[in-house]
Design a protein around this ligand. Sequence first.
Ligand code: ATP
Ligand code: MG
Ligand code: ZN
Length: 449
Amino acid sequence: MAKKKTLFECQACGFQSPRWMGKCTSCNAWETMVELSSEQIKFLKETQSTSSSTTAAKALPITQIEEDNITRFGSGSKELDLVLGGGIVPGSLTLIGGSPGVGKSTLLLKIAGNLAKEGKKVLYVSGEESSGQIKLRANRLDANHDNLYLLPEINLGTVLSELNKQRYELIVIDSIQTLYSDETPSAPGSVTQVRTITFELMRIAKSLHIPIFIIGHITKEGSIAGPRVLEHMVDTVLYFEGDTNSELRLLRGFKNRFGATNEVGIFEMNKEGLNDAKSMAGRFFNKEKLQSGSALTVIMEGSRPIIVEVQALVSEAYGHPKRSSTGFDNNRLGMLLALLEKKLDLPLGTYDVFINISGGIKINEPSADLAIIAAILSSYRDRELSAQTLFLGEVSLTGEIREVPSLGQRLKEIETQGFGKAVIPNRPNEDTTVKCFIAGEVSKIIEWL
Ligand SMILES: Nc1ncnc2c1ncn2[C@@H]1O[C@H](COP(=O)(O)OP(=O)(O)OP(=O)(O)O)[C@@H](O)[C@H]1O
Ligand SMILES: [Mg+2]
Ligand SMILES: [Zn+2]
């Protein structure tokens, strides 16, 4: 009798192994390995062998190949078009991820409505909500139009047969985790299901030349619930950011086969839905007066400068000192604190330090280092900083303050928003009315304060 074959699959990344492991060696997740049934193994084998024996394609010299002609179309939302790299690409598969309630369905229903009004036939597939529920949202978003079709369905087969009946120009899948295929013997949301369905959707998008948007839930840790496999398969991955307490939502490009990923779309949640945010100015800071522990800086979100307020709370520690930050890298905070202790002789080792960036913004660039330091010093001394001054600069391990990219553009924003002064690492090349104080190293900051 043949020995029974076993196969385990990581539910987070899709990695397979003949042995069970407590920790996945591919993505380091704990207890995500699940044993596949003999049925599932058989299915996997079948799909693998068919995919390798499809009608033989012939290799051609690249010089004989004609390039794809990409003609994008607008989505009716400037911000979404910006993140997508200039609009929707026909035949592309886009994944939109975000935590519960962040506004994924709201945004895509609105886009679906926009395009329907322009005369495009749109199919909205929802496995999460009833048609009635979606209709309610559509009323609120003003997305009602004869060209917008709803299909409350979780079976991929039904979706496919619907696509054979009518020619659609955009498809929205809400969400990938609720859809399942009869042909795969595993639960909806599992790696095998998601892989099969995404593969199938990719095939539809390419062969029918229609753009498909897929909604994916993300876990607390910030990855698409379960399947990371999804990210590799689709053309574009966009993630929602922003806390549900503030009305602002950022949509950040994570991967884009048709454009750059450095742009960020900024939306505003209100009762008419998720709309392009009108003006960013003044959203992330209080111009009138700063409390002690607050400092202002300018970050670049894609090509746009945004003024944000960083807040620090430094208080005497009882027991082991805590360091914690929201919207800023905790390791980087540790580095800055060690530097302050070493260069400025501050006894921060006996203090708790908390950092928060206002408005749910996440700072991913080191140019905010100087503002963080200014906020920490301000809280430590309990003295407020001037609400007229902004801080820009990356701090190195040696305490030097380094140049920041796009300094000219940032100073221009400072000027436009009516601020008078800035502490910066080097003299700007452009003329500016902002009074600049040049700080080449951290110890200079104390002098300035
Ligand atoms: N009448 C309303 N006025 C203002 N905001 C509303 C209203 N109704 C819902 N919202 C907002 O819409 C959000 C829900 O958006 P949506 O259902 O699009 O999120 P989602 O990302 O699709 O969530 P899920 O993961 O649960 O599907 C709510 O968190 C709320 O902030
Ligand atoms: Mg939803
Ligand atoms: Zn894994």
